[in-house]
Design a binder for this molecule. Structure first.
Ligand code: ACO
Length: 365
């Protein structure tokens, strides 16, 4: 047996044409296009790009968007499913159950042809926001609201969540959030679902593996962790004490550090800019100021402690954006999943198209 790389650090497990990361230069591309450029497009266009491999032309985008809109509605039995289970600290547990149940209403669940997989992909991308919004409305004891097909993917989600048409900047913020969260090579959730897909399990089952893995606080769950941290810190004046306390207890500070990026995560830069703009529109910059202070302290603290800085990751300023959008922290990982589902689907389809079962070895001790 060869050397063991704990956490598979640096191990290259497969070829992919879906995304490219240069962790030293801080570059992320989906299908060859920089994420900063994609963030100016619509989520529909980016999800088409991820799933189909190329950007749609105008007609293809119109057709794709209209198929997504037609699939936003949930099967009538899903209303009961979404009410059955209450969620406590993390809505993702219920989303996982809901996606699992929704598979039973999909007549193509066990059909594995490329056409059926694309149909299921469109249903999943379209229904994720409707489910997440409905389960939050059930939690707060108000009736879920159906989709508004005059609105884009992101704006419609905020509308279904709050019952209010979002401002242009709020709509832009959530659309960018879904785009920036859509794909990130072999992150833990994506790797877990590629393993499921490699056994030729169905698309829904693979996506549920992704959801389960996204939940952990070292992965997508960190977004909730950052929101909770902002609530705990309360004011920029408390940031220094908060960090010192965490470091002295050897606890991780959520939203910082990354396995691959050794410089600023390019997504974090875009999120930071949206967070700043939305804080100004909101007329209350406390969350943003607190986040900037935490970033500054962490940067210098890590130079002192480890001789090199630590940077915010994708979960840091996205959490600040969620604060300004009034998204509760319990919902943060589920909102992350709304964006990520396109990338997950792309990886499943890529795995199916050139499959060999993923089955490494372990060293017996
Ligand atoms: N707070 C405090 N210390 C940290 C942090 C942090 N956020 N990140 C790394 N370190 C320290 C570690 O304690 C470790 O120190 P040690 O060598 O003395 O033990 C050192 O830096 C190296 O970190 P590792 O955890 O070994 O790095 P790894 O590549 O395994 O983990 C990870 C990367 C999980 C992202 C880590 O930085 C972390 O836990 N961050 C906080 C959680 C988080 O924000 N996760 C979201 C990541 S983005 C995403 O998945 C969507």
């Amino acid at each position: 047996m060869g050397d063991i790389k704990k956490g598979l650090e640096g191990v290259v497990a497969l070829d992919t044409s879906i995304s490219f990361i240069d962790g030293l230069q801080g570059i992320l591309k989906y299908r060859g296009i920089e994420v900063e450029h994609l963030a100016e497009m619509s989520y529909d266009a980016v999800s088409y790009l991820l799933i189909n491999g190329i950007l749609p032309d105008e007609q293809e985008l119109t057709d794709y968007s209209s198929r997504l809109k037609n699939e936003r509605f949930l099967h009538h039995n899903m209303a009961d499913v979404l009410k059955i289970c209450e969620f406590g600290i993390e809505s993702l547990d219920l989303l996982r159950t809901a996606i699992s149940c929704s598979a039973h209403f999909d007549t193509e669940k066990d059909i594995h042809s490329p056409e059926a997989n694309i149909n299921k992909a469109i249903r999943l991308v379209a229904k994720f926001p409707t489910m997440v919004a409905a389960l939050e409305r059930n939690r707060i004891g108000v009736e879920p609201i159906g989709p508004n097909n005059d609105l884009s993917h992101g704006a419609n989600f905020l509308y279904m969540l709050t019952g209010r048409i979002p401002t242009d900047l709020e709509a832009e913020a959530i659309e960018k959030d879904f785009i920036l969260s859509a794909e990130h090579e072999l992150n833990p959730s994506t790797f877990s679902l590629r393993i499921a897909a490699s056994t030729l399990s169905d698309l829904y089952s693979a996506i549920i593996c992704g959801l389960c893995t996204l939940k952990g606080p070292l992965h997508g769950g960190a977004r909730k962790g950052v929101m909770d941290m902002l609530d705990e810190v309360i004011s920029p004046d408390n940031a220094e004490n908060y960090i010192q306390d965490k470091i002295s207890k050897k606890e991780k500070i959520m939203g910082f550090g990354h396995r691959v990026y050794k410089t600023y995560d390019p997504r974090a830069q875009v999120y930071k800019d949206i967070a700043r703009r939305i804080s100004l529109e909101n007329g209350d910059t406390v969350w943003y100021d607190m986040a900037e202070k935490l970033e500054h302290i962490m940067y210098h603290e890590f130079i002192e402690l480890r001789g090199k800085p630590i940077y915010p990751n994708v979960d840091f300023y996205s959490a600040v954006v969620y604060k300004y959008l009034d998204i509760p922290s319990e919902l943060a990982t589920s909102v992350f999943a709304i964006g990520r589902v396109s990338g997950w689907i792309a990886h499943c389809l890529e795995q199916y198209s050139d499959n060999r079962v993923i089955r490494p070895r372990a060293n017996f001790v």
